[in-house]
Design a protein around this ligand. Structure first.
Ligand SMILES: [Zn+2]
Length: 475
């Protein structure tokens, strides 16, 4: 069977609009998707994103906006979808957890787990953070007794819940992670998850009696399926009953490290219980600060991806975000750095390079190409390094290879000054540059999906280069 890749982003809560943290994760995934489409063919790759809607947060946000819930959900899901469309996210499917197709599969999965004897009813007394939509242990609270992520006190809850026997899967999970060290990346995250599992797993609540909105529990409809239990199933439900079902065997989840326990402990245990194959890989990226400070509404430092895209373009948004720090690490984003990156690497780097080389061809030989050989490689291993980085999901490393190559070309022009050489040497020098531009354009198909159109036009046909164009306007 040919190789297949199924990549997913987290599904996002619709109680707010996308910020660049969401765009960062989604564009990184989209870049990996574009790499695989180019390598193994479009038909062998599937890319899913979507929205998480069955949440109390949504109900609260709908009430605050004065709209009824379905109207609010449609409007917000529309904003997420159109944002991804506008910034060039090439998803194959966009799932909303309020869709019928999803509810049906949640019911099926629930029944399988119930049939296995892994669901029981009990009274839960505990602390619940509405921000996390999760119960929180005393040991996890900060020094004020607050949720460390949301900086507010949890609610004390006592209610009848249905529980999933997560504890039963402790040994099986440990064994599974031991046998498949590649399953969870980066390594630091795997160590964190392993020590969490080994510290002892407790059964988890999977229903809410008090929830106003959500999927009714198939065995007791006055309860609603707990939002996380329902949301995780989206990755599986999106494919069910479609011609894409077979992609499930190739699933890879891209997530943020804050949701790692759901994806790397609860989700695989749910699948083990339901007798469904487990995902091939989970990759957790790090946290994001803006000029060293956490992005938050109250601090007023939230940046919209649409603003950056309108000012600098989609390609700049993508590579500017993704080259800030390596995917998988924590890191910082700054607008000053982004602007500098745009000027030096895009406008002054790759944009200038293409313009210079094509202009030179017109000056020296009326645009005629000096070589006949096609599909040469640059011979310096750039392509291999670029591919290897992306196969390990090291997105920044791949971008660095691209811009290193751009710098090498610009250096070559400055050092060699082909226009001063004898015709045979000039031809050899320009031939080398053109070969490198072909490689850069192949890479650009993955990382600069909009500019690549102009780049291809500039490279021209077998005989002549095209007209010199501006790839990135000076700002
Ligand atoms: Zn919280």
């Amino acid at each position: 069977m040919s190789q297949e890749v199924y990549l997913t982003t987290p599904i996002y809560y619709v109680n707010d609009v996308p910020h660049i943290g969401h765009a960062y994760c989604t564009l990184a995934t989209d870049t990996l998707v574009r790499y695989w489409r180019k390598k193994i063919g479009k038909e062998n790759v599937f890319f899913l994103t979507g929205t998480d809607e069955n949440s109390q947060k949504t109900v609260d946000a709908a009430k605050a906006s004065g709209k009824d819930i379905p109207e609010y959900l449609d409007e917000m899901a529309g904003i997420w979808k159109s944002t991804w469309d506008q910034i060039g996210v090439s998803y194959d499917d966009f799932i909303r957890t309020t869709e019928k197709r999803h509810w049906g599969v949640v019911n099926e999965v629930f029944k399988k787990i119930h049939g296995k004897g892994d669901i029981y009813k009990d009274t839960y007394v505990g602390k619940y953070c509405t921000g996390c939509e999760a119960f929180i242990k005393d040991s996890e609270l900060d020094e004020h007794g607050y949720c460390p992520h949301h900086k507010r006190p949890p609610q004390l809850l006592e209610e009848e819940n249905y529980f999933f026997r997560l504890s039963k899967y402790q040994d099986e999970l440990i064994k599974w992670y031991k046998n498949q060290p590649e399953q969870l990346m980066p390594d630091s995250r795997r160590n964190e998850v392993m020590s969490f599992i080994k510290s002892g797993l407790e059964d988890v609540s999977i229903s809410r009696e008090t929830a106003e909105f959500g999927i009714p529990l198939p065995i007791d409809p006055k309860h609603k399926v707990y939002v996380w239990f329902d949301a995780l199933i989206n990755y599986y439900s999106a494919l069910q009953g479609t011609k894409y079902e077979h992609f499930w065997e190739s699933a890879q989840h891209i997530i943020g490290k804050d949701i790692i326990r759901f994806h790397c402990v609860i989700w695989p245990a749910m699948l083990m219980s339901a007798g469904i194959e487990l995902p091939k890989n989970v990759f957790a990226h790090g946290f994001f600060t803006i000029d060293g400070v956490k992005m938050s509404k109250s601090l007023g430092n939230v940046i919209s991806p649409l603003e950056l895209s309108e000012k600098y373009g989609n390609d700049a948004l993508r590579v500017g975000l993704l080259s800030s720090f390596e995917f998988g690490n924590d890191g910082d984003f700054s607008l000053a750095h982004f602007d500098d990156f745009y000027r030096t690497k895009l406008s002054g780097g790759v944009g200038n390079l293409f313009n210079r080389v094509i202009t030179l061809f017109h000056k020296l030989w009326d645009g005629k190409k000096p070589y006949i050989e096609k599909s040469q490689k640059s011979g310096e291993g750039w392509e291999e390094r670029f591919s290897q980085a992306l196969e390990k999901k090291r997105v920044k490393e791949a971008l660095d290879v691209f811009f290193e190559m751009v710098d090498a070309c610009n250096r070559h022009i400055n050092d060699v000054q082909p226009w001063k050489l004898d015709p045979p040497d000039a031809r050899a020098s320009m031939n080398k540059l053109l070969t490198m531009l072909v490689t850069l354009t192949d890479m650009a198909e993955v990382i600069l999906p909009e500019s690549v159109v102009k780049m291809r036009k500039m490279l021209g046909d077998d005989e002549k280069v095209g007209d010199a164009e501006i790839l990135f306007e000076r700002k």
